[in-house]
Write a protein that binds this ligand. Structure first.
Ligand SMILES: NC(=O)c1ccc[n+]([C@@H]2O[C@H](COP(=O)([O-])OP(=O)(O)OC[C@H]3O[C@@H](n4cnc5c(N)ncnc54)[C@H](OP(=O)(O)O)[C@@H]3O)[C@@H](O)[C@H]2O)c1
Length: 348
């Protein structure tokens, strides 16, 4: 049996490894939709369309009769402190459904990528480990509207959703990435001969956290979108362990050969303003490929990444019960990603 995945928002954090994972299986072809298409090759075809433009989506997808699975991995643009627009995010999802449903008679599944913000992790302390049926915080969130839209609209196809926490990956094309935030910050501390202080509060240094590896997320998404036990249900997707930054910090410092410091909260987005000359020196010393510090890491995102002074953890029990049992050691995962950046000469 051959499946054809349409990935809507195919250049994002959740989609790069999904494309790889699906193409590694000869039973899948991939249609990758974004405003900025990349190079098509073999069973991967890129499609250019703006999801906010309904007629443009319909034109771009009119001939895609083979689509069996829609993976929705897009999000309307937002600032780190801004609230994502419900109207835009609903319009984008509805536009792609309106375009695909009439032409793809074999559409079997629509999968939505959500996140821990479903539980209000961006609002303040919440019940942890979060479980999929926890009550929704009484605050608007586009995830609720999108999930409700799918549940209401479901016809011959089933829906599902994945809820990762922060996504970690080797993704040089994406500055909004905690791996490069940590790596560039540590490299600058080393260059300045300073210890690796933790940029968040003491409470966030000690809070319990979890991580989601992009590759694990991709394999889980494939499982969720195809396993009968996952139809019409949401699932948390995290690595399966928990950690505290305080325990992980000395290992990150050791990776860069410096001392670990203590919690010293500061705004990275301000701290970084005079650091480009320091980075220029690092680039020269280590022969690095990328000279712009704001291309390496998104420093507004950095402040959001360290902002949570309470536990942020999700239960994986529901997903494991459906047969997806993969786990990862989060500390090792982070160090492995840092090593890949070092080998690619993007981080020292
Ligand atoms: N990033 C994380 O760490 C993280 C963690 C947990 C959950 N999530 C969730 O994962 C989902 C995807 O997040 P993300 O961070 O990957 O999002 P993103 O990078 O902001 O967007 C994903 C992709 O969507 C495409 N896109 C955006 N607007 C579009 C439009 N109007 N038309 C067509 N394509 C459009 C973009 O490609 P083009 O610019 O080329 O169009 C982009 O590559 C969201 O629900 C998010 O909440 C993300």
């Amino acid at each position: 049996m051959t499946n054809t995945a349409l990935i809507a928002g195919a250049g994002g954090a959740a989609s790069k490894r999904l494309i790889e994972t699906l193409l590694a299986d000869p039973g899948w072809s991939v249609l990758a939709l974004a405003r900025t298409p990349r190079q098509s090759a073999g069973r991967l075809t890129w499609i250019a369309a703006d999801l906010l433009d309904g007629p443009a989506c319909a034109r771009a997808l009119a001939a895609q009769h083979a689509v069996t699975h829609l993976f929705y991995t897009s999000r309307a643009k937002h600032g780190e402190t801004g609230v994502e627009s419900i109207e835009d995010n609903i319009t984008m999802l509805r536009n792609v459904l309106d375009a695909v449903e009439p032409v793809a008679a074999g559409l079997a599944h629509v999968h939505l990528v959500q996140g821990t913000k479903y539980y209000g992790m961006h609002l303040g302390p919440f019940r942890t480990p979060a479980r999929e049926d926890d009550p929704r915080p009484n605050v608007p969130n586009f995830y609720y509207d999108q999930q409700d839209l799918l549940a209401r609209r479901r016809r011959d196809w089933a829906w599902s959703a994945s809820r990762p926490t922060f996504i970690y990956d080797f993704a040089p094309e994406r500055a909004r990435n905690a791996v490069t935030v940590i790596g560039a910050y540590a490299a600058i501390c080393r260059e300045l001969r300073q210890p690796l202080d933790y940029p968040g509060s003491a409470a966030s240094f000690d809070a319990l956290r979890d991580m989601t590896d992009a590759g694990l997320l991709a394999r889980a998404m494939k499982h969720i979108a195809t396993a009968a036990a996952c139809r019409n249900e949401p699932f948390n997707v995290v690595n399966g362990d928990v950690f505290r930054w305080r325990d992980l910090w000395p290992r990150i410092a050791a990776h860069f050969g410096i001392e670990a410091g203590d919690a010293r909260p500061f705004a990275m987005n301000e701290w970084v303003r005079d650091k480009q000359p320091v980075w220029d020196g690092i680039v020269r010393r280590y022969g690095l490929a990328e000279s712009r510090l704001d291309h390496i890491a998104d420093w507004a995102f950095a402040d959001f990444h360290w902002a949570h002074s309470y536990d942020v953890t999700s239960s994986t029990a529901k997903l494991r019960e459906t047969g997806f049992t993969e786990t990862l050691d989060s500390a090792q995962m982070l160090l492995d990603h840092l090593t890949r950046y070092r080998e690619a000469r993007i981080l020292p």
